[in-house]
Structures are given as C-alpha cells and as structure tokens.
Design a protein. Structure first.
Lengths: 113, 291
C-alpha cells in the first residue's frame, strides 16, 4: 500500500512539474511578440536616447503591476490602445502592426519581467 | 618600471575607447546628384543599403573634403556609409568614382529643383493643427525654422529627435519675448493621409507639454500631396511610402524674414546651432513699428 502511495505521489509530482514546465515555455505567439518588440519597441523602451523630449518608460514587468506608466489600469485593452493610437510622444503603430502582431506583442509583454 | 606599469592601463584605455566608438559600415552604390563644397556634403541617388536605408536620394557628409572637390554630379560612385553608435550620425568614407561618363547628365530632378540660399520659398497653403489655413507668407517678417516629420515615425533618431529638439528650441526662445515674437517654428507632415489636423494637434500638444498657447509660435501642419511634393523638391526632402512605413531624409530649412531660404541642415546639426541661426536670422527682420 505504501508503495502504491509512493508511486502515485511521484506520478503526481511529475504531472505538476510537467504542467509548470509547459507554462514556462513561451507560446508561439509570445515568441513572435518578442520579435515584434525587439524590432519596434526596444530601440526606445530599452535604451532611450537621452535627448528625447519625454523618456519612454521601461516596459519590464508591465503586466505585473496594477497600473501602466500612464496611470491607467494594466489591461490588454488599454495596452492595445496605447500601441495602436500612441500616447503622448509615443508614435501610433496603427497601420504598421496588424491586429495579430499587436496580440502577439501583448502576449510577450505579459511575460516580460 | 613606471612605463611598464602604465602600459597595461593604456592598453585597457585604448580597448575601451575603441569599443565606445564602435561604428558600422555599409556598402553604398549610387549616382552623385549634387555636391556642396561649403558643407562637405554630396547628395547621392543610391541603391538599397540593407540594414540601414532604402534606396533614395540623400545628402551625406564626406570624411575627406578632397573627395567633394573631385566628384561631380552624374558620377557613379561606390563608397562606405559609416554609421556611429548614435545612428543619426553617419558619413561616407572610401569614396571611389566608378564611372565618370554621366558627368553633367543628372537624372533626378531633386538636385536641380532644390532652392539655393537666397531664393524665395514657394507660398504653399497648409492646414494646421487647428484646421486653419496658413501660408508660408503669413510668417513674413519672422525667421522660420521649417522641418518635416510624420507622427507615426518610430525611429527615435529621426522624427522624434526633430520634434524633441524643436521643443527645446521653442522652450528656450520663450524665455525672451523679443526672440519669441520674431521667430516661428513649422513642422510639416509628409503623411497627410494619417496626420489629420486632430492627429497633429495631439502630437503637437505632447511636445508643448499640453500648453495650447505654444501653437501660436509652433505650427504643425500638412498639405495636399501636390503641394507637399512641391515643398519637398524645393527643400531637398525625400520620402517614400512602402509597407506602411515612410523612408525619409531629414530636412531643416531656415527661412529668412524676407521669405527666402537662409540655410539648410540634414544630418549634422544640434539644437543650439539651429536656435543660434534662427535668432541671427531674426535680427535681419525690420523692427516692428520702427521709425
């Protein structure tokens, strides 16, 4: 009996570990989103030029806080609006990024710590 | 003994400096359209430069001033574009003339239609951020700094840099009523389809820190494609839309109070230099209500 319990315990632990591993793997969408981030966002948001009128905020941990740098709630809809329409001196990415690109980018931003 | 201990330090210093001054080189091929010995620049109608710039007509600084003397419009050249860490800083090196047979037969009209200093700017009608019609002649008597942007430009070293530096100039000029009254800033969009008055208003306010009164000194405007083309030819601006992006050059034009071109800048400028030239040009304005 003890043996069976032990085996069941080991099996359960393996299942939990596998689930966690799966969660840590970025989805295809997030991988695509990283490419979009690197090519469209990183130049301003990772190492901003010091002579820009407003310093672009760092986006690491964006979705791990309640509010966005603008003070608005950190929701997908709010972030989507900022990307598409721009915000302050941040340019709009309307017509440059497709809907799916924005979805992928948001997926990646959710993982960006 | 002392010199031996200094040597490793120097080696480290040289290595660090070399790393700091990292540049990237891209091969360029194209036709010389115009040259300016005074500014040490040649304008090249070049092929695609993968990783740096789409094919376009663009002025480049040349490292070796002797090269500017040697090349002539119509020459085919091969060269290296050297791009500094700050991608807004680039110039040509190792320029070789590969074909001289086209001398004097320049194909692109840009070089020939670009206004020379002293020539009168076209009196184009624009629509500003408030939806109001403005003309370049409205600013007669003031020195005007004109530049071109599109609000969706994501390249921090191009339009965002231009608008950021114009904002600094605007804020500095504001400190002196005399400077402020005798000068004007004008930012023109080359994306009139997207950059409506409402979009330009929002964009301008971001650079004016939300102060609407700043629009009395700095207009953000667009115009119809035909007049935009006229202005672009007059001011040596190149822009081309592809895949929802606009590849473009930078052009800053100082228009004197008498409505003529005073000076151009493309790649090599600082906001302090632009502001000093603007203030200097404003001095040539007839004093308001003078005796």
């Amino acid at each position: 009996m003890a043996r069976v319990l032990l085996l069941a315990g080991v099996a359960a632990a393996l299942v939990v570990a596998a689930c966690q591993a799966k969660q840590q793997q970025p989805s295809a969408s997030a991988i695509e989103g990283q490419w979009i981030y690197d090519n469209n966002c990183a130049e301003c948001h990772e190492n901003p030029q010091p002579d820009l009128h407003k310093q672009p905020p760092n986006l690491h941990g964006l979705f791990f806080r309640k509010a966005l740098p603008s003070g608005a709630l950190a929701t997908n809809a709010q972030v989507r609006m900022t990307i598409v329409e721009g915000k302050g001196t941040m340019p709009a990415f309307a017509q440059r990024l497709r809907d799916q690109d924005v979805n992928d980018l948001i997926e990646y931003l959710h993982r960006l710590r | 003994m002392k010199s031996r201990s200094v040597l490793p330090f120097l080696l480290v210093l040289v290595t660090v400096l070399a790393a700091c001054n990292r540049t990237t080189r891209y091969p360029l091929r194209g036709d010389v359209v115009a040259k300016s010995v005074a500014t040490g620049e040649i304008t090249v109608n070049h092929e695609d430069i993968p990783g740096f710039m789409a094919a376009m007509v663009m002025p480049y600084r040349v490292k070796d001033p002797a090269v500017v003397q040697q090349v002539e419009p119509g020459d085919k050249i091969a060269a290296e574009v050297v791009v500094g860490n700050d991608r807004s800083d680039y110039w040509l090196e190792n320029v070789r003339i590969t074909d001289r047979s086209g001398r004097g037969r320049v194909k692109t009209p840009t070089g020939s239609q670009m206004l020379m200093p002293g020539e009168r700017v076209p009196d184009v009608t624009l629509i500003n951020q408030d939806g109001r019609k403005i003309r370049l002649s409205d600013f007669a008597g003031k020195a005007v700094l004109v530049t071109f942007i599109y609000t969706r430009c994501p390249m921090p070293n191009f339009c965002p840099r231009l608008s950021s530096q114009f904002a600094r100039i605007h804020n500095e000029l504001r400190k002196s009523t005399e400077d402020y009254d005798k000068t004007h800033l004008l930012t023109i969009s080359f994306d009139p389809k997207y950059d409506t008055s409402a979009v330009l208003h929002k964009y301008g306010l971001a650079y004016l820190d939300g102060d609407e009164s700043g629009f009395s000194h700095w207009d953000f405007a667009s115009t119809d494609p035909a007049d935009l083309r006229r202005l672009a030819l007059a001011f040596g601006l190149e822009y081309e839309e592809a895949d929802n992006q606009i590849s473009h050059t930078m052009s800053i034009v100082l228009v004197a109070p008498n409505g003529t071109v005073a000076k151009y800048w493309s790649t090599d400028w600082t906001w302090t230099e632009l502001m000093a030239s603007l203030q200097h040009a404003a001095l040539s304005a007839a004093p308001a209500g003078g005796e």
